[in-house]
Design a protein around this ligand. Sequence first.
Ligand SMILES: [Zn+2]
Length: 555
Amino acid sequence: MARTLLTAAAIAASLLLPVAAQAQPADLVVTNAKIATLDAAGTMAQAIAVRDGRVVAVGSAAQMGAFTSPTTRTVDAGGRTVIPGLIDSHMHAVRAALSYSTEVNWIGAGTIAEAMARIRTAAANARPGGWLIVAGGWTEQQFAERRRPTMAELQEAAPNNPVYVQLFYEAVVMTPKALEALGVAPGTLPAGMKPTPDGAPGWMSGDIVGISALFDKLPKPTYDDNLAGTRAFFTELNRLGITGLVDPGGFSIAPSQYAALFELWREKALTLRVAYSVFAQKPGAELQEFRDLTQMLPMGFGDDMLKFNGLGERVTLAMYNNNFPDEAAKAKFYELIKWAAQRKLAVTIHWQENGSVDHLLGLYEKLNAEVPIKDLRWSIAHLDDASPQTLARMKALGIGWTMQDAMYFQGDRALAMRGEAARRMPPIGTALRSGVNVGAGTDAHRVASYNPFVALQWMLDGKTVSGKAMRGPDETPTREQALRLYTAGSAWFSFDEARRGTLEVGKLADFAVLDQDFFSVPLARIGKTTSLMTVVGGRVVYAAKPFGAASGPAP
Ligand SMILES: [Zn+2]
């Protein structure tokens, strides 16, 4: 029956669309390209035409004639590869954006010298005595020296500024000026922090709660910084071919801090599509908090640029990162998810360990028997060691898996701790074979780089940032599969795979013209890929040479 309907719809589309299209020329035509449409057949096309933000034709150069008029902007892609815009299915991007214009970034720095050079540049550009904050997104494994910078190096690079550097949610180093500015007495540590085991001067250890509390004491960027940071960060993501995000909220960002994002949406200045969820902030009162926040916010509310996508990734504090939830925590969680299911809200949850995931899946199975959740697109984030049984249970519940490149940074440690078992982390191949919906992404920017091409290379070569081969061939996708996970795969998590993620007639025109051919470039170079022209809804949101200034934005 479904097949008959689809066929009828396809026939209707093929009859109607060319007629409608001929009546009106395209706004933008890109020709002489190698377009990976990622349609079901994996069609490669030469040219694509866009009108009113949507794809009106994709095919050969000759077929574009009917869509071209003197008002059509035509771009010769010079034989380059075009892919559907990339979508990160789990990036704390709204939060990262708030401080992007005021933080120092070590993403991609290959040596401590390079990291210190970035501190020096930031110090030169900072207000006198202004804070320099590295909020994560790096690991010692990325540096040739294979170690953390010392406090002496930081002081040398920025003698006149307070410096705060965070390593994941594990450790922090603060210079004496920074400790003094926070009023920490000499010889003591900020609340919630412990000395590091190696006793390195200035370094201290903490967990996600302690470090988040410390981070919250740092001076906040102003609202203008938030706006500038959001514009700049989204443009940076466009430079890497990203056109969409599923954002799971996060620590250290309150509902009031979404104002900059909302302002840019209102001004029609967003350069990528955001689906955002609400992250529990009030321990013990999460259900009331979610009720209050969503009374006027139905699931899916918004438009194609910005929409509300449910709850998570922290649903209740008691079930967050807790491998041993007690019965009271589970009962409270059940009450909340039942309410969410009745409201048809999507729920995404952070869960790390397969060993404890039965606590969660057991509750979801019980709920599904009472209030079906199969079509609500619930998801689990992380779960790098998901077993085939876990993936099968998720598939049966209609629960998707957002998979991130955590093992790129953390893989050396996982290999040391788990040995051979680490070779299936994360189990991308098993997940694909199980039929569970998988989205790709990074979890940036505190614990990972936001660069999707670094993540794509890692999906394909399974190597950690230090170059160690980790994931085995059984768990390695093909290039096309990896790309599908980063496009339509991720789009599923905001109910958008029928609207975007592939380049087909009628879909939103989101794509990137790449500087090198993703499909044939040596594997080791995929991580260096950038976009030369990124298009969101037919609008050029990013352009570099040769598509830069000379081309200008599309009409
Ligand atoms: Zn998480």
